[in-house]
Ligand binder design. Structure first.
Ligand code: FES
Length: 121
């Protein structure tokens, strides 16, 4: 049986959950997380270098299986990498993942609002 591209693409997607916001997005195994995250259409996702060098896309992976490519040690130490702190532009999912955005990415993804719905100021 032949699969259409749409069916094949859907079958290869993993669900990535951002714990800070409860949002999720889909990512194919051959696409790095920041690329798939930017397709959510959410404002504030930095484009950065997309090569593991600038550190703006730092995240903490809390569960799931993934592969990484080389990352700058100036932004992710070996110990951090071993504990799941990685650069989203260098991470490729191999299962559904749950992550937290940290560092500069957190400021853009998790909007801090001091206003309440009933606030008049
Ligand atoms: S975008 Fe520069 S390290 Fe990820």
């Amino acid at each position: 049986m032949l699969m259409t591209d749409a069916v094949r693409d859907e079958a290869q997607n993993f669900v990535i959950t951002i714990e800070n916001t409860g949002e999720s997005f889909k990512c194919q195994p051959d696409r790095h997380l920041i690329s798939a995250m930017s397709r959510m259409g959410k404002k504030g996702i930095p484009s950065g270098c997309q090569g593991g060098g600038c550190g703006v896309c730092k995240i903490q992976i809390n569960s799931g299986v993934y592969d990484t490519k080389k990352m700058s040690r100036a932004h992710v130490s070996a110990d951090e990498e071993a504990s799941g702190s990685v650069l989203a532009c260098r991470v490729f999912p191999r299962s559904d993942l749950s992550l937290s955005v940290i560092g500069k990415l957190q400021k853009n993804i998790v909007k801090k609002s001091t206003k309440t719905p009933w606030s008049t100021s």
